[in-house]
Structures are given as C-alpha cells and as structure tokens.
Design a protein. Structure first.
Length: 233
C-alpha cells in the first residue's frame, strides 16, 4: 500500500481528496502547511507527495526544495489557474507533474498511479528492457525516460509526465500520424474519459514549452480532423 502525503491549507480539499485516495487503496497523511509536513517527512518519508503551492508557514516551493535535498520521491503540485510561472519553476526544481485547480479527483488518482508505476519500474530494473525507456534522439530532440529529461538543441525543457508521454509517443515514429484517441490511450488509463480538447490543450502547452527554447520549433504538426504528427528536423 503506497503512502501518499497530501499537503494543502484548504481543509475541504484535504478531506475530499484523502477520502478518494483511501477508497482507492492508498494510505494517506494530510497536512495543512509545509512546515508540519516537513517535520513529519523528517521522521518518515512517504512514497509520494501532493503539494499545494501557496501555503502558510512554508509554501510548496520551499517544501519541494527541502525534499529534493534528501529524496527523489514523486511530487505532484496542485496549482491555481494563474500559476503558470510557478508550474515552470516547480518542474525545474524537481516536481514530476502538476494538476490545476479545480481538478478531477479521478484524473489526480491516475496521475498518482502513473508516477508510482514509473518509480516501481525504475526501482525494479524493468526500465532497461523496453523501447519506451531507452534514450531517444530524433534530430534536435533528446529524451531520457529514466531521468524524465528532455533537451531540444541541447537546451533543457521541463515537461509534465503527461506532456513527456505525448511527445515520446509522437517522436518514436517520425512522420506517422497519431490520432487523438491513440494519444489518449498513451496519456490516460482506459477507465478515465477525457475529450479531444484535453489532448489539444496538452499539445498546445507542449509546443509553448518547446518554443520557449526555440522560437522556430515546428516539429509537431496538426492534421486537422485526424491528429498529430512528429516531423524530424
């Protein structure tokens, strides 16, 4: 049973999300500020943490920075709609993913499961034997699944787990089209429903991050009514 630390100063979120996670079989510890969470982590580290960014006493950024000095456990940030700068900073500091408030608790559960599966695979040595976990180079793109790192023309790009999986799925077969349904299967569990616009939003953010390091980035092509294609540059 994985132990999940949920850190947020909103008691309604602590109550509702902890109930959902416990119903899914997780052991949950809740904290309403970063300092009390850090004190508990110093005694016993959880398997994963879900952190709000803006909290009293110690915010999520400070807590993440302290955690990364001693642990590589998966961390998901909970962010508000206007926290794009904080999202980028958090990913660069070592967060693994972020979920925007208000959020679907089912999607949060799936992001948690995806990160735990990734960590279990790495710990168990399973990652060395699949195509999906080998370092991939496609023209200017370099992806290292073990380190969850992406570089474009030698410059690091910070991606969420979902963005990473979508880019990897597209870049594995340059020139071939991936439909939105195929990309949904890559990014989400088959029991979770998301519509086409969700994939489009992920691709939009992915392009924006790539263009932040290269204004001329155009490797991801939209084929309207069909899907997306990665063109090797």
């Amino acid at each position: 049973m994985a132990r999940i630390a949920l850190v947020d100063d909103d008691r309604n979120i602590l109550t509702s999300v902890s109930m959902t996670l416990e119903a899914e079989g997780f052991e949950v510890e809740t904290f309403n500020d970063g300092q009390s969470a850090l004190d508990a982590f110093n005694r016993r580290m959880p398997d994963m943490a879900v952190l709000d960014i803006k909290m009293p006493r110690m915010d999520g950024m400070d807590l993440l920075q302290r955690l990364r000095q001693k642990s590589a456990m998966p961390v998901i940030f909970l962010t508000s709609k206007d926290d794009e700068i904080d999202e980028v900073l958090g990913l660069r500091m070592g967060a693994d993913d972020y979920v925007k408030k208000p959020f679907s608790q089912r999607l949060l559960v799936e992001r948690i499961r995806a990160l735990l599966r990734r960590n279990e695979a790495i710990a168990g040595g399973e990652v060395a034997v699949t195509e999906e976990t080998k370092i991939m180079e496609r023209g200017n793109l370099r992806m290292d699944p073990l380190r969850h790192s992406v570089a474009w023309k030698g410059l690091d790009v910070s991606l969420t787990v979902t963005e990473f999986m979508l880019l990897q799925a597209l870049a594995q077969r340059p020139g071939f089209v991936k439909s939105r349904d195929q990309l949904m299967d890559v990014a989400y569990d088959d029991q979770v429903y998301v519509d086409d616009r969700t994939i489009d939003s992920h691709i939009k953010r992915l392009r924006k991050k790539m263009r932040a390091v290269d204004d001329d980035f155009s490797a991801i092509e939209t084929l309207y009514g069909i899907g997306y294609r990665y063109n090797e540059e």
